[in-house]
Ligand binder design. Sequence first.
Ligand SMILES: Cc1cc2nc3c(=O)[nH]c(=O)nc-3n(C[C@H](O)[C@H](O)[C@H](O)COP(=O)(O)OP(=O)(O)OC[C@H]3O[C@@H](n4cnc5c(N)ncnc54)[C@H](O)[C@@H]3O)c2cc1C
Length: 341
Amino acid sequence: MKLEHQKNIQMLNTLRIPSVANAYVNCRSLLEIRQAIAWACDHDKKVYVLGGGSNVIPLQHIQGLVLQPKLKGIEVFVHNNDEVLVKAGAGENWHSIVCYCVERGYHGVENLALIPGDMGAAPIQNIGAYGAELKDVFWQLEALNIQTQQLEVFDFADCDFGYRDSVFKNAKRDQYIITSVTLKLSTKAKPNLSYPALASHLRERGIDNVDAKDILNAVIHIRRSKLPDPRLVPNAGSFFKNPVVSVQQYQTLLASFPDIPAYEVSLTQKKLAAAWLIEQTGWKGKPLDKVLVHKDHALVLTNPSCEIADKVLGLADAIARDVRAKFDISLELEPRLIGEL
Ligand SMILES: Cc1cc2nc3c(=O)[nH]c(=O)nc-3n(C[C@H](O)[C@H](O)[C@H](O)COP(=O)(O)OP(=O)(O)OC[C@H]3O[C@@H](n4cnc5c(N)ncnc54)[C@H](O)[C@@H]3O)c2cc1C
């Protein structure tokens, strides 16, 4: 285990926020993770888990230990005639796993192509895009309990997945380090074209007998044409979750804002488009303290001058305040804070 002190983790988060961790360690094995936890325990340090850093806001000074679980390895098991189980280490890159599966004819992850980050983080917020979510292909995961140092297995029911949500953001928050994730994938093609923009992209190009590779390429194309590349423009993807409201609250809003877009979640709930709400407050394309709301995506905050977390959160607060004032809706941050407030 190679512990580093006073480590600047600016290049380890996609918002390029300068942040100095009192201690940092990159762990390549379960043994190294256990050693790092033991060190944190001996030195009374809180453990902060960092994956690819694409969904975090690191505060300027982090007193605890930042631990990156970079466990590698991919194993494939035959599950039954039509299905395989693909188990990958937490440190594998998510998009590389997607490509690995598509190349071998394992179907189910292609709609989730190009989402930045590591395998181990994918269950944390049940990553989702283009009509699919991790939960659709999730089989189980292994995670180290930080308190007991025991490795535990979480099945689908244990994870309590929801929209950009799981048990690891709620009851079991900050208690586990996910070490591997296993997906259940089909060897039979099952194209998911439920997302209208994806279906029309393929239709416009005259692709009829759609397979997983077509979907993978289409998703990559759409994402590259729409979203800013964090390597060029520091960002963390969507900065706010789409708010879910009761049908009653939606009806009240509809009376004042007849154009308000909404998607059905259940018979009693509707999901609103956070981007639309932000646009209505006039923040799209606007800066505050050199942090910007993207000119094409009201949901994406960009940090071109690599400002500290306080500045990024300052813009987020200003947006949330204006949305609350106009719509009486509280926006929730999607990225997680790392460090002590
Ligand atoms: C340009 C861009 C586009 C994006 N598009 C999407 C999208 O379409 N859909 C979507 O859902 N998300 C999207 N995201 C968000 C992000 O890519 C995902 O949330 C991703 O899963 C984060 O992975 P990460 O490895 O970077 O995690 P990090 O940002 O490092 O960590 C995120 C959270 O997970 C925890 N964590 C990480 N690894 C582990 C582990 N092994 N064990 C326990 N906890 C862990 C961290 O403590 C933190 O709370 C986007 C981000 C960017 C920058």
